[in-house]
Ligand binder design. Sequence first.
Ligand code: FMN
Length: 381
Amino acid sequence: MNETKADSRTSGENDRRILIRERNPYLFRPINFRSVTAPNRIMLSPMCQYSAKEGMPNDWHFVHLGARANGGTGIVFTEAVHTEAQGRITPHCLGLWNDKQRDAFKRITGFISEAGAVPGIQLGHAGRKASVGRPWEGSNPVPLSNGGWDVVSASPRAYAKSWPTPHSLSGLEIRTQMESLAASAKRAREAGFQIIELHGAHGYLIHQFLSPLSNLREDEYGGDFDCRARFLFESIDAVRTEWPNDLPLFLRLSVTDWVEGGWSLEDTIRLAQQLKIRGDIDLIDCSSGGNDPRQKIPINPGYQIPLSREVKAGAGIATGAVGLINSPDFAESVLANGDADLVIMGRTLLSDPVWPLRAANFLKVPEKGAWPKQYERSNIF
Ligand SMILES: Cc1cc2nc3c(=O)[nH]c(=O)nc-3n(C[C@H](O)[C@H](O)[C@H](O)COP(=O)(O)O)c2cc1C
């Protein structure tokens, strides 16, 4: 994080900032996380492709992720990759619970690295939100009779009416979860990933333990803040047993549930302060919502940037801002204002795989970004 520290700005630097903007936009400055250097501060947000069979990555994932690496994205993250089959969101989601899956990822990480980007993997477990159909099939729970499976959670409370009531994980089952997570982290390293992001957001299993709306336990994993955070801390420890110290670990959180009485911004700041002291998380990817259908999200351009700003300021930890950031100037302003250390982009990069190269042109980066030689003649616009 040396670069970020060096970037801390004062009001007297405005004139200099204009010069920097012309010559050296923040968006295209390299950034270090432990031993890993990303060539710029644009990260492909994890996005499910719902295109796997039995959790196996295939040509779709290779082309999809490879195209974003060729397009100049500095950190290319996979979609949520699940630590066990029952943890998949849909039957078509990716997994890393066996060595065959690990080996299939190697071709993808090799290509991303060769293109000059950093390959990252999001590891997760959907808990009570597992076993649903694809978005284009309605995202509804898939019954057992149709290839679905029983779901698990912190407590036997369904996500919504007409959703299945989950089985509450026992202490022994929680230990098994941690073992699966550690085994997936080991495979991620063997597959050539350089960053893991733990999925603690969007109402999936870790979030289900964090939020008092979904965690009604009375044992050491439920009740007060520290007990509800235990599952997350154990998850981090499990990853770190297999994920070396010189490699970064990100954490995606829903900074707020957007529901009265739910997980809040204050909770996230408190958690982030503890994570900062522990020192094993390198960046908090600041998302929100997903754990309760009653949520009221004030969606507008960059609506989650204030969450990133507050977490960064409140805990002194690196953050990523995500959500409806879609123009080079806007992305640049997030970094220039010190609201985040990375700009994390989903749908913008989904619709335009070479967006970072275009942004480099727009922001007048000296080398115009590193267009692949094969694409150079297209660089006339
Ligand atoms: C098709 C699609 C799939 C997604 N899958 C995931 C996922 O696997 N993991 C995750 O944390 N977020 C997922 N998200 C959320 C995105 O990562 C991102 O946070 C969200 O789209 C907001 O950013 P954007 O406005 O730049 O798209 C998904 C979003 C989309 C559109």
